[in-house]
Design a protein around this ligand. Structure first.
Ligand code: NDP
Length: 327
């Protein structure tokens, strides 16, 4: 049998980690024939809780789970890693300024980037979930000099899935009838969920909904869905975030279906006027473990303004971490 795929999960004892690990071990991410080894990275205060999760993983007797271990040392946790799910991040505490948040997370992601550089596998792929996800990916990539920056991506698949679900609810179509929806920009309130290329059962989505709904209801609802979940559920959206992280990586490894794409925040190659280097969300197709930004889409004036606004926020984050010497 082929060697198991080593998947390193950071923040493994957190809420998203708890919703993520069991599904990776069950084969939901890499397929029903691929064995996985789980490396769980945690900070010392949470390592014991991660050990507890290992006991539960053991009790599931997953046939595909070939090994599992908890680490506090990033160098050991990323040694031989094929895939990294970078979930752990420092949440914004009371009175914390944005610069403090960027600094705290910059410290985490620069150290992890160095550890990845030291020992990750040649086919290494990372998705950053922990916020500010796009900029954390930028920092990690900058500290992993020998790993192509293209291997560091950030998750906007949850925004993508939320947008698909909202469009399905509005049009009365099943989610499976919707394709070619795209998220652009930052995983933040400035993101742009774009339905100008989307179809519902083959019909252009823009023929089924009006511009007022798109601008005043759809876009803000998708962008603020996290806060809506917290308000209603009394806790953050951990399970749907974990599901989206699985989908992000599953599609990257296994390929997007013909005629559709996914949304991923990836280092820009300058496409669509997004400055090269910053990690911004685009529609991408994937095949053979590589991704390609979908070329030559027509961008409406409305879309242009929304993309530019989100990209401006990403540039400000990049400049802030550059000032802090993290990039
Ligand atoms: P969660 O598991 O709920 O969230 C983890 C990160 O994912 C946060 O940065 C969060 O951002 C982000 N996130 C992205 N999308 C979503 C979404 N839709 N819903 C909720 N969160 C989202 O946090 P916990 O506090 O439960 O767990 C974090 C764990 O990480 C802890 O166990 C901690 O010990 C660990 N940690 C590990 C580190 C390491 O391995 N080196 C470093 C730092 C922390 P947001 O804050 O904006 O909600």
């Amino acid at each position: 049998a082929p060697a198991p795929v080593t998947v390193t999960v950071t923040g493994a004892a957190g809420q998203i980690g708890y919703a993520l690990l069991f599904r990776i071990a069950s084969g939901a991410m890499l397929g029903p024939d691929v064995r996985v080894k789980l490396n769980l990275l945690e900070i010392p205060q949470a390592a014991q809780a991660a050990e507890g999760t290992l006991l539960e993983l053991q009790d599931c007797a997953f046939p595909l789970l070939a090994g599992m271990e908890v680490f506090e040392d990033p160098v050991k946790a990323f040694d031989g890693a094929n895939i990294a799910m970078l979930v752990g991040a420092r949440p914004r505490g009371p009175g914390m300024e944005r610069a403090d948040l960027l600094k705290a997370n910059g410290g985490i992601f620069s150290v992890q980037g160095q550890a990845i550089n030291a020992g990750a596998a040649a086919d290494f792929k990372a998705v950053v979930v922990g916020n500010p996800a796009n900029t954390n990916a930028l920092i990690a990539a900058a500290h992993a000099r020998d790993v192509p920056a293209s291997r560091f991506t950030a998750m906007t698949r949850l925004d993508h899935d939320r947008a698909v679900a909202q469009l399905a609810a509005k049009t009365g179509a099943p989610v499976s009838a919707i394709s070619n929806l795209a998220i652009w920009g930052n995983h933040s309130a400035s993101q742009y969920p774009d339905i100008t290329h989307a179809t519902v059962s083959g019909q252009p989505a823009t023929e089924l909904v009006d511009q007022g709904w798109i601008a005043d209801e759809f876009i803000p609802r998708v962008a603020k869905r996290g806060a809506e979940i917290i308000a209603v559920r009394g806790g953050s959206s951990a399970a749907s975030a974990a599901n989206a992280a699985i989908e992000h990586m599953r599609l990257w490894v296994q390929g997007t279906p013909a005629g559709d794409w996914t949304s991923m925040a990836v280092p820009s190659d300058g496409s669509y006027g997004v400055p090269a280097g910053i990690v911004s969300s685009f529609p991408v197709t994937t095949s053979g473990g590589d991704y390609t930004i979908v070329p030559d889409l027509a961008i409406s004036e409305f879309s242009r303004a929304r993309i530019d606004a989100s990209v401006a926020e990403l540039l400000a984050e990049r400049d802030a971490v550059a000032e802090l010497g993290l990039f």
